[in-house]
Design a binder for this molecule. Structure first.
Ligand code: FNR
Length: 181
């Protein structure tokens, strides 16, 4: 069983990204143990306390360090990924640099027709930076950019779009192979 942590860049209660990650957690539970980390508990990154950070940061960094892979699900906010996610990545980029070499895959969904593609391009750039250097699943065949997302979940937040469900099956399979490489 692979240990996966999920970073969800939206902290609102009805987040489609949280619902997306919950779908993955349930659908692949026989193969993947997906732990959803609570980014709301993290304080703003502060260099003055990075060597002795609060317990929420210690626990967060430990969970990422011990994971076989990381799933990042982020909304697009103003053509970029969310500040909540950037803050989490900044913590991970310092001291032990838990993301270095970590197999990572990206997911995004938006009500519009761009499906977070602009956010994901910027995220890939940040994930390649010297303090992070994650090993990101290449985009070919693996770009999870879910458009018109509000039509693809039901009122209870369950993913109901069959083609999206099947595409995610393929990408998750590719990610599992990528972790093994
Ligand atoms: C948005 N949204 C948005 N959508 C998009 O496709 N491109 C964008 O640049 C933005 N910008 C943006 C800024 C801010 C501050 C908010 C609150 C929203 C819409 C966004 O895709 C939508 O609210 C999603 O539902 C956010 O994801 P969660 O919170 O449902 O996971």
């Amino acid at each position: 069983m692979k240990q996966i942590v999920a970073l969800v860049g939206s902290i609102r209660k009805d987040s489609i990204h949280m619902n997306l990650v919950k779908h993955l957690k349930e659908r692949y539970k026989d193969r993947l143990n997906i732990e959803i980390l609570d980014l709301k508990q993290l304080p703003f990154y502060d260099q003055d306390i990075e060597l002795e950070p609060p317990q929420s940061v210690v626990a967060f960094k430990k969970a990422v360090k011990e994971a076989d892979g990381v799933i990042i699900a982020t909304p697009e906010y103003n053509w970029s990924f969310s500040g909540v996610l950037k803050n989490a990545l900044d913590w991970l980029s310092r001291v032990e640099r838990e993301m270095t070499g970590k197999p990572t895959m990206l997911l995004g969904a938006s009500p519009g027709i761009m499906g977070t593609i602009r956010a994901q391009l910027q995220l890939r750039q940040v994930l390649a930076s010297p303090g992070i250097q994650a090993r990101v699943l290449p985009p070919s065949q693996n770009e999870v950019v879910i458009t018109q997302a509000f039509e693809k979940f039901d009122e209870a937040g369950k993913l109901i779009d069959q083609s999206t469900i099947e595409f995610l099956d393929k990408v998750i399979g590719n990610f599992e192979e990528f972790i093994e490489e």
